[in-house]
Ligand binder design. Sequence first.
Ligand SMILES: C[S@@+](CC[C@H](N)C(=O)[O-])C[C@H]1O[C@@H](n2cnc3c(N)ncnc32)[C@H](O)[C@@H]1O
Ligand code: SF4
Length: 396
Amino acid sequence: MPHDALSGRPRVRPDAAPPPVPAPAAPSPGAQPPIGTPPIGTPSTGHPLIGMFDHELQAPLSILLELTRRCNLHCRHCFSNSGAQDQTPELSTQEWFAVIDRLAAHGVFLIFFGGGEPLCRTDLPAIAERARGHGMDLCLLSNLTPVTPAIARRLKDIGFYKVEGNLDGATAEVYEALRVTPGSFARSLAGIRNCVEVGLPLRINCTLTRLNAEHMEAVAALACDLGVTDLAFLRLIEAGRGGDNFDSLDVGEAVYRAELLPRLKALRQAYAGHMDIGYEQDEEIIRACDPNQMMPWCGAGRIHCTVTPDGKVKPDHSFPDDDPRVVAGNVRERDIIDIWRTAPLFQTLRHTRFARCARCRHVACTGGDAFRIYTHYGAVMGGPDPRCLEMEATDA
Ligand SMILES: C[S@@+](CC[C@H](N)C(=O)[O-])C[C@H]1O[C@@H](n2cnc3c(N)ncnc32)[C@H](O)[C@@H]1O
Ligand code: SF4
């Protein structure tokens, strides 16, 4: 099941037929169960979800390496507080090599390179080639404004399987209301065209805010014209400058559900067969899916994690760098795999269960969204998810 690059949550078409439930295969003699599978006969939750509770992953499936907090833009919604003047003491090329080698040795197979703007690091190609040399799959999260035809060709040659850019508006006026930097819209369009030209698979994100929500149909039309086949509308994360500006930028839950979701569903249908359109629909996914077919809804510290430019290991990109309670360790001081396996923070994320969840049928929910819980209670797994599905059903 595809996971959203940013949230790590599963992305499924709401109108897709549920996947067929395969008949259990007879194990061949001596066969090892896949990672995360409960040993046969072992009492467990009864739901073989990968990377949670009794059966932890020994290494993350995927990881986001934030190479820098430097950025050529200074967007009003940036969750990582990135910008031109950033002074974060970044890991060196060799330090990133060491991290990548350890991840590869433990079977991590997907690396996202993000930031900041990862193309601000001139050693990005070398770091990416190191990972590709281990056979890892690579995805680049970039604002694409630096992507010339030559850079697009280089990324293609390195073997990036996907590049993620963005279109937060269909005109310079709307786009730059959020991205602030004059000329960034035109440069982003050029970067998108350059990627399409060399055949780099693209996903384009549009973070929905009050500035652009009324233009999302125009964004979809422009993306399709540009040759994009994968477009995702993201909800604003209340972190970094996105947190500072949340009240003025966020569309609000009621508007999202009542007004934007129906339009997003209509857009998805209108472009079916031409462009895949994704959007946040977590509740629908959890309700619709067979729990035994799913990985945990929130993968933070359970199936993936994030390394910051200065080596901090966090559950995912949303958590702040400067709250020690949400930093599991630092790769400058400890081995990344050791941190993944033993950090008390990750143990808390994996093993906290709320009384309300004990008999809940939404098994894949695994206690809710770790970042939303942290922001709501000001504590890691400080209480049940404020948007608990079971509570909503009871209250309805
Ligand atoms: C942090 S950026 C890094 C890559 C690149 N610099 C960029 O902006 O595309 C990755 C993605 O997160 C989005 N993003 C940034 N801040 C966000 C926020 N507070 N909420 C939701 N998405 C956000 C960006 O628009 C972009 O699509
Ligand atoms: S959202 Fe992306 S482009 Fe904008 S400041 Fe942050 S890292 Fe840079």
